[in-house]
Design a protein around this ligand. Sequence first.
Ligand code: B1M
Length: 216
Amino acid sequence: MTIEEKMKNLVVDWDEDGLKEFCSSLLKENQTSAEELLKIIGSIMKFIGDQFENEEIFLPDLIGSANVVKAVIDEVLDPAIRAKGGEMKTLGKVVIGTVESDVHSIGKDLVASFLFSNGFEVFNLGVEVTAEDFINKAEEVDADIIGMSSLLTMSMDFQRQVIEELNKRGLREKYKVIVGGAPTSEEWAQEIGADAWADDAIEAVAMIKQIIENKN
Ligand code: B1M
């Protein structure tokens, strides 16, 4: 059985302790990296999402699996990445969150972890983050980038509202804004006046590196 198959079984069985133990032992024995395990988790969640969309599983199954994945990211993978990152020189500061009214955290957390593992200082504000909170945090930490995730068609407009609020406060030029999440697109990013859009966590890192290079 491959690592991915074993992890998928543990997620589907809601075996949180089993998945934590399995990932911890892989890391301890240097069989793989936390970044690789995050990529695998991304593809497992896509598989589970497809099953949900095809009505092969139901909302409680989805919630159970998502909780297992969140616990492993928070308690095993993110700490492993942070433990390695002690000596890294920061490439820039990113304030990131899922927008108001939206509780989807997994994709945003993957982006945050990938950014951290690539040398960015990341301020992850969690979910249901208001425009006020995005902007206050960016001001407080003197961020370079504000990153907003949205998984619901109904919550996308809050990305626009954050940009409008930045404009109102005369702060729009101070920060670069990147948006992402399944219902968003390059065209959406252009429509709301964001600086960049990324399809996945890897692309988000590449886009943000590019933005920072162009800024300096
Ligand atoms: Co919900 N959900 N959900 N959900 N959920 C979706 C998004 C949905 C498409 C499922 C469906 O019906 N087909 C649908 C939205 C439809 C729409 O509006 N277009 C939906 C719905 C309707 C809902 C509820 C309303 C259900 C209900 O209550 N009836 C409810 C909403 C609650 C709320 O937010 N107010 C709800 C709740 C939930 C759970 C709590 C059960 C759970 C979330 C748990 C959690 O995150 N802690 C959940 C889940 C798990 C999903 C699906 C199945 C999977 C999402 C996920 O984690 N994907 C999702 C269906 C799907 O996507 N196939 C669905 C894996 C993750 C790695 O991918 O998040 O896309 P993703 O992130 C990617 C990219 O998008 C990108 O990079 C990431 C990594 O590669 N990306 C960025 C994301 N953010 C980025 C930011 C960036 C750049 C790139 O820059 C800043």
